[in-house]
Design a protein around this ligand. Structure first.
Ligand code: URA
Length: 440
């Protein structure tokens, strides 16, 4: 291990066999934490070639169990690098499934300012987001899509390495982020992967240049591992949906799938679902995919796919017709504007943190959450607001101190005398053959 750390420190490339050796030895407990930490730091300073990043990802992916999805044909997975008010999975997965895709999605729980799809789905009474691999395959065959949480057997190397990165200032390293995310996608078994790489103040990559580098590395890893992979770069300078919570987000997704609401959450979900159809070959082009997924909203098949997923995973499907069956917070408080002006931008991290204060998220992995808590925003950047007008409604339990969350939310909204310059929702697209950039 000393020789390998030295090699990496000198910016020489490790062979696939060397990478596989140290990752496996670390997982077996034969390489101690301090040597693995030194290797991570050497990678941060020296970087890794594309071949090395693929080798690291595959070594991590194969460090535990891998799900076999051969029975369901070419399944597609979708991954977001994490956002606020980001319920795209809840919308794009049923959209793609309604058009014939087999969607196999492993999602996470919320931590810090970002929400998690598993927490949102578990707010549906009875919903099981802890499927065994067999149950996962059965649910996909039955409903066309399944969304479950990560199991302890998948990618142990990532859990162990991430715990070291967290305490050695090595989280913020593009090849390590790319291999961490992609190892989990590869172990989850889908043959095609659509990535949503967030750009903006609430994203792990706030600026477009680094976000593109991350997207390029993840796409190269996916292709290198034999998975058709494409990435969209999407704006995270404002929450995508207007709800930031759990049951609130499920209700919002249902309204969108019913065709009752539009906005950036629907727009991005349509684009991601169109990519899901294109990477699986169900649509010949992304454009054809877009027209098909729009039809799936209009003709009700996307809503039916969401209902089928809820039913296949033990949830109460009647929430689709009757969202009042979802947990509802006993207290609501409206937050009003202190001044008049144009809403210029939102600090999405602070909005996510305000939702955590209300009980909708957690600061430590083991914290409980309140499924009914959260924020419903009433305004978006670009809106004109008069002093005293409602900006948002906070939802919380009886015991929650809402004042701190209200103050944080108010500080997160920035007003000015003139309308802001609009930013495109999708700022780039990365495929194996090209990187397109839609902003400077
Ligand atoms: N998400 C992951 O899964 N891993 C990282 O390293 C960063 C974000």
């Amino acid at each position: 291990m000393v020789d390998l750390i030295l090699k990496k420190r000198r910016a020489q490339a490790l062979s696939a066999a060397e990478t596989e050796w140290w990752v496996n030895a670390f997982v077996r407990g034969e390489v101690p934490d301090y040597q693995a930490s030194a290797m991570l730091m050497a990678i941060c300073f020296s970087g890794m070639s594309s071949e090395e990043t693929v080798a690291l990802t595959l070594a991590m992916a194969h460090s535990g169990a891998c799900i076999d999805l051969a029975e369901v044909g070419v399944a597609v997975d979708k991954h977001s690098t994490g956002g606020v008010g980001d319920s795209t999975t809840l919308v794009c997965a049923p959209l793609a499934a309604a058009c014939g895709a087999r969607v196999a999605k492993i999602s996470g729980r919320g931590l810090g300012h970002t929400g998690g799809t598993v927490d949102k789905l578990e707010s549906i009474p009875g919903f099981n987001a802890a499927l065994s691999p067999d149950e996962f395959v059965k649910a996909i065959k039955r409903a066309g899509l399944a969304i479950t949480g990560p199991s302890a057997e998948l990618v142990p190397a990532d859990k162990m390495l991430y715990a070291l990165r967290d305490v050695t200032a090595t989280v913020d390293c593009i090849p390590l982020i790319a291999s961490s995310i992609m190892s989990k996608k590869i172990a989850a078994g889908a043959g095609a992967i659509v990535l949503d790489v967030k750009v903006g103040n609430g994203a792990i990559m706030p600026d477009i240049d680094r976000a593109i580098l991350l997207a390029e590395q993840m796409v190269a890893i996916g292709q290198g591992a034999g998975r058709e992979t494409v990435a969209l770069l999407s704006d995270m300078d404002q929450p995508l949906g207007l709800s930031v919570g759990n049951s609130l987000d499920i209700a919002e997704a249902i309204r969108i799938l019913r065709g009752e609401e539009s906005g950036p959450l629907l727009e991005l979900s349509l684009l991601l679902a169109a990519e899901m159809l294109a990477v699986t070959g169900i649509a010949h082009t992304q454009r054809e995919g877009l027209s098909r997924v729009k039809d799936a909203v209009a003709n009700g098949t996307a809503l039916a796919a969401f209902r089928a997923m809820v039913e296949a995973q033990g949830g109460d499907p009647q929430v689709v017709e009757n969202p009042s069956l979802l947990p509802a917070a006993p207290r609501r408080e409206t937050v009003c504007a202190l001044e008049a002006g144009w809403l210029l931008r939102c600090d999405t991290v602070a909005i996510g943190q305000a939702a955590v204060l209300l009980g909708a998220g957690r600061t430590r992995k083991e914290d409980p959450i309140d499924p009914s808590a959260g924020i419903v925003l009433l305004r978006r950047p670009g809106d004109r607001v008069e002093a005293g007008e409602p900006l948002a409604v906070l939802h919380a339990g009886e015991e929650t101190n809402m004042q701190e969350a209200a103050a944080l939310l108010l500080r997160s909204l920035h007003f000015g005398p003139a309308p802001p310059v609009a930013r495109p929702l999708v700022q780039g697209r990365v495929t194996a053959s090209a990187t397109e950039r839609f902003v400077e």
